[in-house]
Design a binder for this molecule. Structure first.
Ligand code: PMP
Length: 385
């Protein structure tokens, strides 16, 4: 089976696994144990990884707060800022309709507890407009949360402009950079983002580890932790550090850093070329196909396509040779059409008849050719019936 669901998760790279293994069986110390060498070596491994991640982002290592993943990082960022600010004012948070559920559902929960929430709309490409962000900011706004790149359609938001708008108005900015990290340039020395969420498993690292990057210094944002305990990670995330996972996260960043080639990485360029070839084939061999997402401001490994006059569920289940993702959230018994596509104004029927292809550094030309053959044949068959 050809794996083209790399925006859901990726295979752990061999170098990453090799780096992790000794920390399960030999170097199994607790990074917080200060009395012996097992603890010191675990601590050193954690700090090396912290440095590797920070270097990839061009920020100080102290800004990295390890979490269990981006769901937790998003929760910590949004709930943490609101909890820290609530004592003084009735808080207002701004986000947008195309965010991941780990942002939108946090916003919904906060709304139920009395926080005022503004959900900005996105345009037909799924982009947030920086002027709309500016217009929505109020004196009580404690946080703006806008993702760097969308997980379904790959659209990249204008974070340079949005961060400038927030900075000018002294409003903290949180950014879910899970999908963009390692695929497009992300330099925190240039981009004034205050809180940034990351996850290792989208980038050839292990599942269950991520980070919230918390800007420090003059513009340090007050943040309350989600849970209390041993006070790890600057008291922002208590809990014994999962050393093997953290080592894997660092090794995955090394992999990305070793691949830099000017503004875009060589791997990103290769994935984009293969992705474009897939789109070219679908477009020329089928009628009634629409690209979802921004035509140019898009992640190099994402292709999201709607197919006219096809039952999306039936199409998905007929694709036996490729692992892709549909335009519905299939986690529920009654799949809802994608909230991202609906927010972009795509009809309910077309939203249901959409496929997301996610390429990785491992995707080959032959796999793309075989995937195109299978999708073209399946769509033609359904339309003929
Ligand atoms: N944000 C985005 C944009 C994502 O794609 C994902 C993963 N689907 C998450 C957050 C959640 O990440 P994690 O799996 O690390 O909790």
């Amino acid at each position: 089976m050809i794996y083209l669901d790399n925006q859901a998760t990726t295979r752990v790279a061999p170098e990453v696994l090799a780096a992790m293994l000794p920390y399960f069986t030999e170097e199994y110390g607790n990074a917080a144990s200060v009395n012996h060498a097992f603890g010191w070596r675990a601590f050193e491994a954690v700090e090396t990884s912290r440095g590797q991640i920070a270097q990839t982002l061009n920020c100080p290592a102290e800004w990295i707060v390890f979490t269990s993943g981006a769901t937790e990082a998003n929760n910590l960022a949004i709930k943490g800022v609101v909890a820290a600010a609530k004592r003084q004012i009735q808080s207002h948070v701004i986000t947008n309709a195309a965010e991941h559920p780990s942002v939108l559902d946090v916003a919904k929960r906060l709304k139920r507890s009395g926080v005022r929430i503004t959900i900005l709309s996105v345009d037909r490409f799924g982009q947030v407009d920086s002027q709309q962000v500016a217009d929505a900011i109020e004196p009580e706004t404690v946080l703006v949360s806008v993702m760097l790149a969308n997980n379904e359609v790959g659209t990249i938001n204008p974070l340079a402009e949005i961060s400038r708008v927030c900075r000018e108005r002294s409003v903290p900015l949180h950014c879910d950079a899970v999908q963009a990290f390692g695929k497009i340039p992300l330099n925190l020395a240039e981009l004034p983002i205050d809180l940034l969420s990351l996850s290792a498993h989208k980038l050839y690292g292990p599942k269950g580890i991520g980070a919230l990057v918390v800007r420090r210094g003059e513009r340090r944002i007050p943040l309350e932790p989600l849970f209390d305990g041993g006070g790890h990670e600057h008291h922002l995330r208590s809990g014994t550090l999962p050393v093997p996972l953290i080592v894997g996260f660092g090794a995955a960043c090394e992999l990305v850093a070793s691949d830099r080639d000017g503004l875009r990485t060589a791997t990103a360029n290769r994935m984009a070329a293969l992705r474009d070839r897939l789109w070219q084939r679908l477009q020329t061999e089928l009628e009634g196909v629409t690209l979802n997402g921004h035509p140019t401001e898009r992640l190099p490994n994402n292709l999201n396509v709607s197919f006219d006059s096809v039952n999306g569920e039936a199409l998905m289940s007929s694709l036996k040779g490729i692992a892709v993702s549909s335009g519905s959230a299939c986690s529920t018994a009654d799949p809802e059409p994608s909230h991202v596509l609906r927010a972009m104004g795509v009809s309910e029927a077309l939203s249901r008849a959409s496929l997301r292809f996610g390429l990785s550094r491992e995707t080959t030309e032959a796999e793309i050719g075989a995937a195109a053959d299978e999708v073209v044949a399946a769509v033609r068959k359904f339309r003929a019936n």
